[in-house]
Design a binder for this molecule. Structure first.
Ligand code: MUC
Ligand code: MG
Length: 374
């Protein structure tokens, strides 16, 4: 079976969110997706997505920069290449561009989607097969208001949509954040797990004091309390407390996972396809964590349906995924650019069954939300 890559298009898509989403480094009022369309000589099109949070405030690739990188460097490098050999295509991209993992992840997804459609199999099957077809999904409470957050959690528990809630903190003083988190945990009690993500906002001393109070309040997991470069601080915190400490920004690829494993830097690794440069990079990262006995968690960059379902296919192939996932991105968006949005029920995301990602773009919605619409 032969097919070459004929064109690659990267589109900026601005979508409204259901409410403001407050994180330590940014407040999101909308979300921008970079949607990739990769067309092949056999008429098959693969789609992919690269999405980040708050422009450049979360990572070092912005939506506009991702589009520029794809248009100027990565798309020309793929033109005329074999569309059926994903490893060879990715090796070519790694030769023409260092880093730029988010952009590469979107292209790898599009290649895998196209190949799945070509062979008539779901993306997870291409990866060796799914060991589960549903993934537990938590919800992030980040309205910025304690009472609103409790109401939101109660509603989602009653709907059986989520029973684990992650709170984004690190914006206010440690004392105020702990009061906010403790009030939510008290209101929900044993009916829900509560985790926190500090997004690197604390120094080690703040973290030591903050985590002690959060542990006493019954919080289940502490995500990336300190700056990503300060791995030994993370290791000291992981050793000091019983409540597990999770690395997110500190772990991108397998090399990071190896170093964290070596120094005891994390009890849990947050895996994300974007920061690992694609699904295969995420799987390599997971393999290192698994070999080191570190628990795994399926993270998100708050992607829309395309990026979320791409990650879901990857996470469904992992033997160990002890902390479930946070693949709720599509639920934070008022609207999306796919014909059928992913299915969430019974506290889980259900993997679509069609070939490739199992998704189709909605051309009218895409035309409506693309930034360069006429
Ligand atoms: C992050 O840092 O984990 C995931 C959920 C959420 O609300 O923000 C993200 C990013
Ligand atoms: Mg995080």
């Amino acid at each position: 079976m032969t097919a070459t890559i004929t064109s690659v298009e990267a589109l900026l898509v601005d979508l409204p969110t259901i409410r403001a989403h407050q994180l330590a480094m940014a407040t999101m009022q909308q979300q921008t997706l970079v949607i990739v369309r990769l067309r092949c000589s056999d008429g098959i099109e693969g789609i992919g997505e690269a999405t980040t949070i708050g422009g450049l405030s979360y990572g070092d690739e912005s939506p506009e920069g991702i589009k520029l990188t794809i248009d100027t460097y990565l798309a020309p490098a793929l033109a005329g290449e074999d569309a059926t050999n994903i490893h060879a295509a990715m090796a070519r991209l790694n030769k023409v561009a260092r880093g730029n993992r988010f952009a590469k992840s979107a292209l790898e997804t599009a290649l895998l989607d196209a190949q799945g459609k070509r062979l008539g199999v779901p993306l997870a099957t291409l990866l060796g097969g799914a060991v589960r077809t549903t993934l537990p999904v938590l919800w992030t409470l980040a309205s910025g208001d304690t009472v609103k957050d409790i109401d939101e959690a109660e509603r989602l528990l009653a709907e059986r949509r989520h029973n684990t809630f992650k709170l984004k903190i690190g914006r206010r003083s440690v004392r105020d954040d702990v009061a906010h988190v403790s009030a939510i945990k008290r209101a929900l009690g044993d009916r829900a797990r509560v985790t926190v993500d500090i997004n690197q906002a604390w120094n080690e001393a703040d973290a030591a004091g903050g985590i002690a109070m959060l542990e006493a309040a019954g919080i289940d997991l502490i995500e990336q309390p300190t700056p990503r470069e300060q791995r030994t601080a993370l290791a000291r915190l992981a050793a000091r407390f019983v409540v597990p400490v999770m690395a997110d920004e500190a772990v991108c690829g397998p090399e990071d996972a190896m170093e964290l494993a070596r120094i005891g830097g994390a009890d849990v690794l947050a895996l994300k396809i974007a920061k690992s440069g694609g699904i295969f990079g995420m799987l390599r990262t997971a393999a290192v964590g698994d070999a080191a006995g570190i628990a795994l968690y399926g993270g998100t960059m708050l992607e829309g349906s395309v990026g979320t379902i791409a990650a879901a296919h990857g996470f469904c192939t992992l033997q160990q995924l002890a902390w479930g996932t946070e693949l709720f991105g599509p639920l934070l968006l008022k609207d999306d650019v796919v014909a059928q949005r992913p299915e969430y029920r019974d506290f889980s995301l259900h993997l679509p069954e069609g070939p490739g990602l199992g998704l189709a773009l909605d051309e009218d919605k895409l035309a409506h939300y693309r930034r360069d619409r006429a």
